[in-house]
Design a protein around this ligand. Structure first.
Ligand code: ZN
Length: 328
């Protein structure tokens, strides 16, 4: 693994370490060789978690009216990465944390305070001890969460891992997987939506995930759907996550707009491979894959090399977007 990039220093307050520890205790790897093992946020995943949960300094906690989105430095996060680098399980686990984990700012720790699952209806025994000056978290009273996906991926990338994680861990006693949605405490829910399900759109929600937002465009209606969902979030003090492969720069997708926006309250993560390496050349392509999958040790880079080599023959731009993590 290459050394951490120098800018990846956590010199700000965040609920992200609580989030990562809570996720490790409640969510498991949903597929592959590590199936069922605790899901550990490491590398880019931990970096994105600590940034998504970065708390604004010097804010005050009001127990009767806690700050929601405005407690956080970023209003939303957009994470770009190559195929199979762990975006989907990351997004699934963050949504589970949003649903029943301590994702709301609950004041500053003097040190030694604890978050204990047994105080919050979960019998798993999880205890987190806060450091002095660390922000503390508490769960939402009621979570209303929507997941948007394209017609092609439907909900398989994120919604199915969420179901698997719930059924295979302690949250099976806290959340209930039903037909078409997941029930959370106090009549809350996590539900998948698509551009076709117009009746679900515009409802108040307090968290949302857009899967493959690099494919949300005006012509396919997903851009408008996603904007409608984000309006529903704004009214509730909710926040959004997007995860996507690099987009086609000709399509003006939701992800592209987020990256081109001048707003400073969007966390954008996109680690581009070195520009001097040519994707059309076999050895350089291998170096690009080593670079973009450095934080994803479960990915066999040789297999990515082989898959990309075949796709390069027929659709080089798609291969470079999917596996090379580049905008072309
Ligand atoms: Zn627990």
């Amino acid at each position: 693994m290459p050394p951490r990039e120098p800018e990846q220093v956590v010199d700000f307050p965040t609920l992200g370490f609580l989030a990562a520890d809570w996720i490790e205790a409640h969510c498991s790897v949903p597929s592959g060789h590590d199936l069922g093992r605790p899901l550990v946020h490491d590398g880019w995943q931990l970096w994105c978690t600590v940034n998504h949960y970065r708390v604004r300094p010097a804010i005050e906690f009001n127990p009767t009216r806690p700050l929601l989105a405005t407690a956080f430095h970023y209003r939303r996060s957009v994470v770009v990465g190559p195929q199979k680098n762990g975006k989907s399980p990351w997004g699934a686990s963050v949504i589970i944390f949003e649903a029943v984990g301590p994702c709301i700012f609950a004041g500053w720790a003097r040190g030694g305070e604890t978050y204990e699952c047994e105080d919050h209806g979960c019998g798993c025994g999880f205890v987190y001890v806060y450091e002095p000056g660390e922000p503390m978290g508490m769960p939402r009273v009621k979570s209303l969460i929507q997941l948007l996906a394209t017609a092609e991926t439907q909900t398989a990338n994120v919604y199915e891992p969420i179901q698997t994680m719930i059924r295979s861990g302690p949250l099976d006693d806290v959340m209930k997987v039903r037909e078409g949605f997941i029930r959370t405490p106090n009549n809350g829910k996590i539900e998948p939506v698509s551009a076709a399900a117009r009746s679900k759109l515009g409802n108040p929600i307090n968290a949302a995930l857009g899967d493959e937002s690099g494919l949300y465009t005006g012509p396919n209606k997903l851009l408008g759907v996603w904007q409608t969902m984000r309006r529903g979030l704004a009214g509730m003090g909710g926040r959004a996550l997007e995860i996507t492969n690099p987009w086609d720069p000709m399509e003006n997708s939701a992800a592209q707009q987020a990256f081109q926006s001048r707003q400073a309250d969007i966390f954008r993560y996109y680690r581009k491979p070195p520009a001097d390496l040519s994707y059309g050349e076999k050895r350089a392509r291998h170096k690009i894959h080593l670079y973009v999958y450095a934080d994803a040790p479960w990915v066999p880079v040789d297999a990515i090399d082989a898959e990309a080599a075949e796709l390069v023959e027929t659709d080089p731009a798609q291969a470079e977007r999917f596996f090379g993590n580049r905008l072309v």
